[in-house]
Design a binder for this molecule. Structure first.
Ligand SMILES: [Fe+2]
Ligand SMILES: [Fe+2]
Length: 515
């Protein structure tokens, strides 16, 4: 690379001297690419700008368009709008060249894909394919088919996805591009997984793995291991699934592939979730979350926002499942965590918290009582009122909840919710008897809706209270909550509750432990 840079620089200097402007413009554009690979963005941008200026001054629109396309690639990493503008200008100037048009359309497609604009991306990839066909560029066509297949798969257009991967694979085979062939087979396997065709999926992923192995492509082998692991998971072979997914994670980490490591971690988390290994699942999801945050959207050609959203769904699923699994031992409060989550999210929104904080509150709500799993069955399910000693046991559940989550670091700060959802403004709560501002806002939001749910559901010692009676009770206890929290609750919950916006009210029978 250093040699490449030096020789380009020599060419640039000589061309300047001899007045060969076209050669100079070309060499400047190439040296820009070398700068970019070394992370020297400013130098890369400067070289492109010079290249464009020389080409434009001499009336060579095609060469100027090439420089603009190169400049767009530089901007893709940081300034998406600037990149788009460069590509569009490149098309305007040099669109008469099918080769250039094919490449610029492809870049526009990648740009749209990165931003989650899948329809736009599809149009650009289609134009790119057409131009590559006109130019008789088979390799270009194969790439365009592959990109189209990826888009189809993202949009769950399975038939089109399979067709495009097969077109791409056939060309790749004909022109001897083994790597692309493997990629097409592996991506098609993922479509088979989505369509529950596990035998075909396994077959394709194994064939891809063999090709990647032959090529020494360790990074791609990791992705093949992931797909094989998923097939084992989905067909109930958990030990094999765990082993393959672990290999996928290790290989991805060794080869520095943040994307593949994150994807494989997410898949292993789903396996653990299915096995009830919730802590491990959450630890892996947290790792995946950190990894996705480090993704380089340009290099990985992915829609990071979309991936992050799907990962957050996985978090919510694990946490919700775990919260529910506790309720099955305590049928009297069945559905409690789900209702608390819905009420709490509404109050958080009413308080004007941002989307990340609403997620924090929702996740915290699902797990706020997770420590109850350690409460002895006979205490948790005792008919009638609890003795003081028994209530002391109940009071341990926030502390036990935190112990269960020890070693699990969340991307969202939910531990304060678990520990302090029973604290009260006047210092009469538990377990730490916090007062006033010491109680975190998120914990207090859960605290108030937790009381509301306890009042409006059946307990061992009384039937569910009507909305009016429950609200009257809460007025009597309003000194437990900060005024803004109480007021947000009053605005967000009662009217919607009465209108049935939170689903049918639960009809529980039998005793209930204090929630
Ligand atoms: Fe609780
Ligand atoms: Fe609760």
């Amino acid at each position: 690379m250093v040699e490449a840079r030096t020789s380009y620089e020599t060419v640039i200097a000589e061309a300047e001297h001899s007045g060969e402007w076209a050669l100079r413009a070309e060499a400047l554009r190439r040296v820009a690419r070398v700068h970019l690979i070394h992370g020297e963005v400013a130098a890369a941008r400067e070289a492109c700008a010079q290249s464009e200026e020389i080409a434009a001054r001499n009336g060579d629109t095609l060469l100027a368009a090439e420089a603009l396309n190169a400049r767009g690639i530089i901007e893709m990493e940081g300034d998406v709008e600037a990149a788009r503008e460069m590509f569009l200008r490149a098309l305007e100037l040099g669109g008469c060249s099918v080769e250039l048009r094919a490449r610029v359309e492809q870049n526009l497609g990648i740009l749209a894909n990165m931003q989650g604009q899948l329809e736009q991306a599809q149009i650009h990839y289609g134009c790119s394919l057409q131009a590559y066909q006109q130019a008789n560029n088979e390799h270009g066509c194969a790439l365009a088919y592959h990109n189209l297949g990826m888009l189809n798969a993202d949009r769950e257009e399975w038939d089109d996805a399979e067709r495009h991967f097969e077109e791409s694979r056939a060309i790749a085979e004909r022109i001897g591009d083994l790597h692309l062939q493997g990629m097409c087979m592996l991506n098609r396997s993922e479509v088979h997984v989505a369509r529950q065709r596990f035998e075909e999926a396994k077959h394709g992923a194994e064939a891809a793995l063999a090709l990647f192995d032959q090529l020494g492509a360790a990074r791609d082998k990791s992705d093949a291991y992931r797909v094989i692991g998923v097939v084992f998971r989905e067909t109930g072979r958990t030990a094999l699934a765990e082993s393959r997914l672990r290999s996928a994670i290790d290989l991805a980490a060794q080869t520095g592939s943040v994307l593949y490591q994150a994807e494989a971690s997410r898949e292993l988390a789903l396996l653990y979730q299915g096995m009830g290994r919730n802590q491990e699942a959450l630890t892996l999801l947290t790792e995946a979350h950190g990894l996705f945050g480090r993704l380089d959207a340009r290099a990985d050609l992915v829609d990071v926002g979309g991936k992050m959203a799907r990962l957050e769904e996985a978090f919510l699923a694990v946490v919700r499942d775990w919260g529910r699994s506790i309720e099955s031992a305590d049928t009297y409060t069945f559905g409690h965590s789900e209702r608390v989550a819905n009420y709490a999210a509404a109050v958080a929104q009413e308080l004007g918290l941002d989307a990340g904080e609403v997620t924090t509150v929702r996740l915290g709500a699902y797990l706020h009582d997770v420590g109850k799993i350690r409460i002895p069955h006979e205490v948790l399910n005792k008919p009638g009122r609890l003795s003081a000693d028994e209530f002391d046991i109940i009071k341990m559940h926030p502390i036990w909840g935190l112990e269960l989550l020890e070693g699990v670091e969340f991307p969202w700060d939910i531990k304060p919710i678990i520990r302090w959802h029973h604290e009260k403004l006047d210092g009469t709560g538990y377990p730490d008897r916090l007062r006033g501002e010491e109680i975190p806002l998120h914990a207090m939001i859960i605290g108030i809706v937790d009381v509301f749910d306890a009042l409006t559901t059946t307990r061992s010692y009384r039937p569910a209270l009507s909305l009016d009676v429950a609200l009257a009770e809460m007025i009597g206890s309003r000194h437990w909550w900060r005024p803004e929290v109480y007021e947000a609750f009053c605005r967000a919950i009662p009217a919607r509750y009465a209108a049935g916006a939170f689903g049918p009210t639960q009809l529980a029978v039998g005793p209930a432990a204090a929630a």
